[in-house]
Design a binder for this molecule. Structure first.
Ligand code: BEZ
Length: 213
């Protein structure tokens, strides 16, 4: 069973993929990464998910993100499925799909969860920063297709909060007001850090316009 947690370095691996042998750390070097598993090739929900991931290429690139998919199907299976995704989802699958036939990577990452399904991977998502640190882990069942806009939203929040002493409130999306980190109490520091001003709703709940907009 995987014990990967937030803050751990995402484990490195070499595995076959739809783009040949993939050296994970080398591939993601200097980038954010979204590493996600899907249950199986030639399945309907997965087809729509990989299509959406490909169509979102400009959004990933804007955020310096590399995307990598994984299932336990073979390289040959991926190669036959990709044209179907491109045709039906009006996209170009430009990213690698790991062919984890021996389940070594999916077991390492806890994407293979045999109590849920003893043949296929679940829908796991790992968001990894340029230091290769795991920053978010999200897991969905096979029957629920993911919302990749939510994954982009989490990346926006992480990239923003890495740069400023703020956190993002419920249902926040890029451009909305954010909350000031409770640790910032010094009035001078508040003025310097938040020149656009802020609203004190409670001493612990202070809203400010998004500082990088
Ligand atoms: C799908 O991608 O459509 C799917 C895969 C496994 C189980 C249920 C649905």
């Amino acid at each position: 069973m995987s014990v990967l947690q937030l803050g751990y370095i995402a484990p490195d691996f070499h595995q076959h993929s739809s783009q040949g042998k993939l050296h994970f750390h080398k591939y993601i070097e200097g980038h954010w990464a979204v590493f996600f598993s899907h249950p199986a090739d030639f399945t309907p929900v997965c087809t729509t998910e990989l299509g959406e991931t490909a169509r979102l290429r400009p959004e990933w690139e804007k955020r310096n993100v590399k995307v990598i998919a994984l299932s336990v199907d073979s390289e040959e299976s991926h190669a036959k499925w990709i044209p179907d995704i491109n045709e039906t989802q009006n996209c170009d699958v430009y990213f690698p799909i790991v062919a984890d036939e021996d389940k070594s990577v999916s077991t390492l990452y806890g994407m293979f969860q045999p109590q849920s399904n003893d043949k296929f991977t679940v829908r796991s998502v790992f968001i990894i920063d340029p230091n290769k640190k795991i920053r978010a882990i999200i897991t969905y069942p096979a029957s629920t297709g993911r919302n990749f806009h939510e994954i982009l939203r989490v990346i926006d929040s992480l990239q923003l909060t890495d740069g400023y002493k703020v956190a993002t409130p419920v249902n926040w999306k890029d451009g909305d007001d954010v909350v000031i980190a409770p640790a910032i109490q010094d009035p001078e520091e508040l003025k310097t850090r938040f020149p656009k001003g802020f609203k004190v709703i409670k001493p612990y709940l202070r809203m400010t316009p998004q500082p990088n907009k």
